[in-house]
Design a protein around this ligand. Structure first.
Ligand code: AHR
Length: 506
């Protein structure tokens, strides 16, 4: 039996709600057919934006939404996406499916979506095929008040007041689709672009430089070196950007052989889980480099693309990255969140890729009927909302059973995390073992527990998933296999399950 010791009275760093961030790219059916159906659609919408999608995402309290890419960001020219829709220039989306982009969803539509969702905007600018002036004018158009050329243009297009845009990406994947640059070339460009990304009025930009892919530690080193020492003893020169990003996707094998979303062997499942755990090593190594240059942790790390990447579903456009989502995806998400908390003092934001109809989505919509399905991953996000902006609590395992050896690595059978806010705590428990249930003892110290409730997400088979015909095949329910024991609680965790325990504290 495994015991987890949790000192409820020793809160650690705050884990930002932005760790539960989202990402919407002009890719496949994420924007068109996902968020955006247009004002004339039979599908209920508000100014062209699907109402059921907004309603579902509001229940997740999504903290921020990144847009318009991804790779698309570096070929997007924002002025093509303003003004009367029918007159907007068209372009080819060369990254994703080689389809025509009509630019009907542009700056005003995105900011409208952000307001409907009650979330923060994270706009990703174009470095790869854009200019400093273009990006600088976009910031002016969005955030400046008073009178100026871009403000007048915005007002001509119907928006009097500036919007708030807190987060700004300086290009995307500059090492690849964003321009195939060297680390040093991009580091220099990022400084230049950041200089002209102005704070207008009281809009303060948090500028995010395009960071490394997976284990490209040299890229992180180059960006941090370029910033110089910005720690407590710095020369007082502010960094041109406030954060650097990192991208990491989980597959069951290598890039060329990603595996299928719903058809996989047990071995592929365990290999996937081992790859999900790998984010811990990556965060450790990247943050170690950052600590060297910035010991006071003034520069944030932003994992603005993460999640599972499978082969596309049969019969769908290979460039649209449409995939199903099973209980396995849910556990990949829960493991990531447990690990994110450990780096809460450096990891400021994380964005799952992507919110609707692309990669590890929260929501899938049927292209023919429009039916909407919430995925198992959606439910993990919903079960985690109490972790937003809560203080991390250490979870110390007295005995963590190992379920599999993958190569020379031991894969833990269990994953856990906890946090506290006000007079409450939330404990997340994942049983990654496909065959064995586990009994967990929670040794809860330091504060009196006055109330306990629990919920579970599981399914008979880890391959189970939700469809329009069976929308609740994998859905959370109340969990009663939890009892008080001396000094804490005993919780039953069925095979391949995710359980959250909510505590009221005196
Ligand atoms: O999320 C899909 C793509 O993955 C993004 O456009 C790109 O940044 C990454 O390679």
């Amino acid at each position: 039996m495994t015991t987890y010791v949790i000192n409820l009275d020793l809160p650690g760093a705050v884990q930002s709600r932005h760790l539960y961030g989202h990402f919407a790219e002009h890719l496949g059916r994420c924007i068109y057919g996902g968020f955006w159906v247009g004002e004339d659609s039979d599908i209920p919408n508000e100014r062209g934006i699907r109402s059921d999608v907004v309603e579902a995402l509001r229940a997740l309290n999504i903290p921020n939404l990144r847009w318009p890419g991804g790779c698309f960001a570096d070929e997007y020219h924002w002025k093509d996406g303003i003004g009367p829709r029918e007159q907007r220039p068209r372009m080819v989306n060369t990254h994703w499916g080689n389809v025509e982009e009509n630019n009907h969803f542009g700056t005003h539509e995105f900011m409208d979506l952000v307001e409907l969702l009650g979330t923060d905007a994270y706009v990703n600018g174009n470095v790869g095929s854009g200019t400093v002036r273009e990006m600088s004018e976009w910031v002016e158009y969005l955030t400046r008040d008073g009178d100026s050329p871009m403000v007048r243009l915005r007002k001509e297009n119907g928006r009097e007041q500036p919007w708030k845009v807190p987060y700004w990406g300086i290009g995307n994947e500059a090492w690849g689709c964003g321009g195939n640059m060297t680390a040093q070339a991009y580091a220099d460009l990022a400084r230049q672009y950041a200089t002209f990304l102005r704070d207008h009025g009281d809009n303060k930009l948090y500028r995010i430089a395009a960071g490394a892919n997976v284990d490209d530690f040299g890229w992180t080193e180059a960006l941090m070196k370029s910033v110089g020492c910005v720690g407590c003893n710095s020369s007082g020169v502010a960094s041109p950007y406030q954060a650097i990003s990192l991208h990491y996707y989980t597959m069951s094998a290598e890039w060329e052989n990603k595996g299928k979303a719903t058809v996989f062997t047990d071995d592929e499942y365990y290999a996937t889980m081992a790859n999900a755990w790998h984010i811990n090593t990556l965060l450790k190594r990247h943050t170690t480099i950052m600590d060297h240059y910035d010991p006071c942790k003034t520069i944030g790390l932003v994992l603005d693309e993460w999640g599972t990447w499978w082969q596309v579903e049969e019969g769908t456009n290979p460039g649209f990255l449409y995939q199903q989502n099973t209980m396995r995806d849910a556990l990949v998400a829960s493991v990531h969140f447990d690990i994110f908390g450990k780096y809460a003092d450096r990891l400021f934001m994380a964005n799952i890729a992507q919110t609707v109809n692309v990669l590890q989505a929260m929501i899938l919509t049927d292209p023919d009927t429009g039916a909407l399905v919430l995925t198992p991953t959606y439910h993990v996000f919903e079960m985690n909302t109490a972790h937003h902006d809560a203080h991390v609590l250490d979870v110390v395992a007295k005995d963590a059973p190992v379920s599999r050896k993958i190569g020379d690595k031991k894969l833990p059978a269990l994953s856990a995390s906890a946090s506290t806010k006000d007079n409450s705590a939330l404990i997340s428990l994942s049983n990654l073992d496909l065959d064995h249930a586990r009994t967990i003892t929670l040794d809860l110290r330091g504060r009196e527990v006055t109330g306990v409730t629990a919920r579970i997400l599981t399914a008979p088979d880890v391959r189970d998933h939700n469809t329009p015909d069976a929308p609740d095949a994998v859905a959370p329910r109340e969990w009663t296999e939890i009892s008080r024991v001396d000094g804490g609680l005993q919780v039953e965790l069925p095979a391949h399950s995710y359980v959250t325990v909510s505590l009221d504290l005196a």
